[in-house]
Design a protein around this ligand. Sequence first.
Ligand code: FES
Length: 95
Amino acid sequence: MDWIKIFDSLQHMKQTLGDKPRLLIVHNKRLCIAVHDDSPLVVSDRCPHNGESLSKGSVNYLGEIVCPWHGYQFHLQTGRECAQRAPDVETIPYE
Ligand code: FES
């Protein structure tokens, strides 16, 4: 696995990302990065339900990314959809 440095510090990450999920393209792969409880969390940008871009969604207080299309909620750490209506979203490790 290749590790890619994106931010110089936690402060740099928080200043850059703010409180909205963002699209990150790494090696032609679309990823969604978000901050929850001061930690970066990264998942595939493609919603497993019907393919919408999760980086267009929002993060709720439970640390779930909420898809903007049909509102399915995927836990950013486990990738699991809260009501198990869709397959898990791929989670991406980070350091
Ligand atoms: S496309 Fe994401 S919930 Fe339907």
